[in-house]
Design a protein around this ligand. Structure first.
Ligand SMILES: O=C(CO)[C@@H](O)[C@H](O)[C@H](O)[C@H](O)COP(=O)(O)O
Ligand SMILES: [Zn+2]
Length: 197
């Protein structure tokens, strides 16, 4: 295969990251403050998304429960994408739309955070989870792409919206992962202090 096509993936990904950074720095900083505040109060973070975004939820939870770059105590974050018995039972007995919202109703408490990831902003199960979380007085950190979709419109001023304005799902996800790592780093800096860069 012509390597030009492969090089173009790297170029587009790098370009979008650089183009997105100025607009995303502020909401990422707000997400760090919101999450650090919740964790400091004894609250937890739940995370939901589909496909590659489900993997991002698990990636994020692993870095909070395990560690990111610094040795520290475990922080409470749960990916709602992993328990196949819950996912299949709720999907089978109720609907696929409810696979995350039922878990938010089961585990979510006021003051907890829902990390909701959808590149289209239109996945029904993520929207239902956000609605359930808002009903429980949780706050939302939403990662979206494109125009933010219906998810962007559900958010309140108390929530955080990290929107990557691009049409291509893969590219949006690559920026989401960079933002997730920036949040993990920011939480560690909030806990332990760090070099201001
Ligand atoms: O990873 C990818 C594409 O890169 C896919 O698995 C993708 O995540 C799936 O098509 C998702 O169902 C898309 O959902 P969403 O991001 O629009 O909420
Ligand atoms: Zn993918």
């Amino acid at each position: 295969m012509n390597t030009q096509r492969i090089l173009a993936h790297f170029q587009e990904s790098a370009d979008l990251k650089m183009k997105s950074a100025p607009a995303l720095a502020q909401p990422i900083s707000q997400a760090i403050e919101l999450m650090f505040g919740a964790l400091s109060n004894g609250n937890k973070i739940l995370a939901c998304g589909n496909g590659g975004s489900a993997a991002d939820c698990q990636h994020f939870a692993a870095e909070l429960v395990g560690r990111f770059e610094r040795e520290r105590f475990p922080l409470p974050a749960i990916a709602l994408t992993t328990d196949t018995s819950i996912l299949t039972a709720v999907g089978n007995d109720y609907s696929f739309k409810e696979i995350f919202s039922k878990q938010v109703q089961a585990f979510g408490q006021a003051g907890d955070i829902l990390l909701a990831i959808s590149t289209s902003g239109n996945s029904g199960n993520v929207l239902a989870a956000v609605e359930a979380a808002l009903e429980r007085e949780m706050r939302i950190v939403a990662f979206t792409g494109k125009d933010g979709g219906a998810l962007g419109k559900l958010l309140t001023d108390a929530d955080v919206h990290i929107n990557v304005q691009h049409a291509r799902t893969a590219r949006i996800q690559e920026v989401h992962l960079c933002a997730i790592h920036a949040i993990c780093d920011g939480i560690d800096v909030a806990l332990f202090g760090g070099e201001e860069e």
